[in-house]
Design a protein around this ligand. Structure first.
Ligand code: SAH
Ligand code: SF4
Ligand code: F3S
Length: 473
């Protein structure tokens, strides 16, 4: 049993990050372990977590498991968890409880808990004491070990806990089963070294490790050949890409080279304002296939709170960058993340956040109430704001954010925009859904022959979170 250690997860050394190209192996006798058995992977977290699930699915299929449509029918259930806020935790523990009932009728079900919560010492301790029906716990650093771990669970009937609290390496040969035939996630870096005081990610994902450019470009070139229309370059701070490599090659170089592969759409998330360079802005402007959409987390509009958060920029610096982006890329849409109720946030601090929202008029914003995470510095900060007050601030913020989302969308009414149509709309089967270059959700009436194509759409109706349109032939 190898449990996670918070103490070790905090450590950052100068140790070289290794790129490993043959770490993932499925021994011959494990290739049939999943014959006549099914699996279900449930994803709770961010895009990176979703992409990890795509890797897990491919590994399970390498072992002959097939995907089950429902969790209830599956022989192997993986909960790929997220640790970012308390409510993510609660959802997972609720689900672990539900699987216990399933196991009462089918004791052969294997329940695995993985992802960011599995990297938390407190969580694994809780699982081991209170949730004895969990058969397997593995973390974000050892997804490639699934075949061996699963074999030990199934054949030896032993509980397996293996979580590495290491800085991490880069493993290049893990297979992937992508959810979409048109849009693909491509990791460009793992981990995070920013250690914002509220955030658990540096502890659950390890040291910042950029993938070498040749591996990323190889992956994108393959996607182009397979007919993919869009790649999203993934990392916690994509703008810092390459800084940890011994190459003179940064995000602007990677963006340029990915754009030159000819993939119709290039996106990237998430941009930390600290590392946004003028060269990057120039590159986005220069290449038509780099989408005019930037997610630029603000977190707070008060420089005092930003300092307490360890965000490394002031309100003024953020606003300067924002204005520079809008000037260089006037058509672009910019979205953000905001936390309310951080320890020490006064009404005045909160009003500064509202002020920034009033200035930036974001296309949309993800807003959260501060959630203390065990092991982070902010968890130990004195927090005098009542939950009622935090809720009230969140509501005031959301009202403003929604008002600007609607205003931003209103500007699209009557215009014609390119939309990559992905498939049937969730609400109405007669409609197709897709996103504009600026990441606006659009529903159109249309034949399935348009799925997977970038089509021109005239916007006929506008709501706060989506738009309706007509395909223009
Ligand atoms: N790497 C990204 C953020 C990833 S987490 C960045 O730096 O921008 C996504 C969002 O979750 C963060 O932007 C933040 O707004 C929110 N978040 C992270 N930790 C949180 C916490 N402890 N409580 C509330 N919200 C949090
Ligand atoms: Fe978390 Fe900050 Fe790293 Fe983003 S940059 S993942 S918020 S520590
Ligand atoms: Fe959650 Fe881990 Fe992503 S904590 S947001 S799944 S990096």
């Amino acid at each position: 049993m190898l449990k996670p250690s918070l103490k070790e997860a905090k450590i950052r050394t100068k140790k070289e990050v290794l790129t490993k190209t043959n770490e993932y192996i499925v021994k011959h006798d494990l290739k049939k372990l999943g014959k006549d058995k099914t699996y279900y992977v449930k994803t709770y977290g961010c895009q990176m977590n979703e992409h990890d699930s795509e890797n897990m699915k491919a590994i399970l299929e390498d072992m002959s498991f097939t995907e089950s449509k429902t969790m209830e029918e599956a022989d192997v259930i993986f909960l790929n968890t997220c640790a970012i806020r308390e409510n993510a935790h609660n959802k997972v523990f609720g689900m672990i409880g539900r699987v216990k009932t399933l196991k009462e009728t089918n004791p052969n079900i294997i329940l695995g808990v993985c992802g960011c919560m599995a990297q938390e010492e407190v969580v694994v301790d809780e699982i081991l004491t209170k949730y004895k029906h969990v058969d397997l716990v593995f973390g974000t650093h050892n997804i490639h070990r699934i075949p061996t771990l699963l074999e030990d669970c199934m054949n030896k009937k032993e509980k397996q806990v293996e979580v590495f609290s290491i800085e991490g390496d880069v493993i290049e040969n893990i297979p992937v089963k992508r959810d979409s035939k048109y849009k693909a996630w491509v990791n460009i870096m793992y981990g995070c070294d920013k250690f914002c005081t509220y955030c658990i990610v540096p502890y659950t994902r390890g040291k910042q490790r950029s993938r070498k450019p040749e591996f990323i470009l190889d992956e994108v070139n393959k996607l182009v050949k397979e007919g993919y229309k869009e790649v999203t370059l993934l990392g916690q701070n994509v703008n810092a890409y390459g800084k940890d490599l011994d190459l003179d090659y940064g995000m602007e170089d990677l963006l340029r080279d990915v754009a030159r592969t000819g993939i119709p759409r290039v996106r990237f998330v998430t941009s930390h304002p600290w590392d946004f360079t003028d060269e990057m802005i120039e590159t986005i402007k220069k290449y038509d296939n780099i989408m005019p959409y930037i997610h630029l987390p603000l977190q707070s509009g008060s420089s005092k709170i930003l300092k307490l958060m360890g965000r490394r920029y002031t309100k003024e610096e953020y606003l300067t960058l924002f204005k520079k982006l809008k000037q260089a890329l006037p058509y672009s849409s910019i979205t953000t993340d905001i936390i309310v109720g951080f320890p020490g946030e006064t009404e005045e601090d909160f009003e500064e956040t509202l002020e920034v929202v009033n200035t930036c008029k974001y296309d949309s914003a993800f807003t959260f109430i501060f959630s203390p995470r065990v092991g982070t510095p902010a968890c130990r900060m004195q927090d005098d704001i009542t939950l009622e007050e935090k809720n009230e601030r969140l509501q005031r913020l959301n009202k403003l954010v929604n008002q600007y989302s609607k205003e931003a969308n209103d500007k699209y009414l009557g215009t014609t925009v390119p939309v990559l149509l992905e498939g049937p709309s969730e609400k109405n089967e007669d409609y197709l859904m897709g996103y504009t270059d600026t990441m606006k959700l659009v529903n159109v009436k249309g034949d399935s022959k348009y799925i997977g194509k970038i089509v021109n759409v005239k916007i006929t109706d506008v709501k706060t979170w989506s738009m309706d349109g007509e395909i223009i032939e």
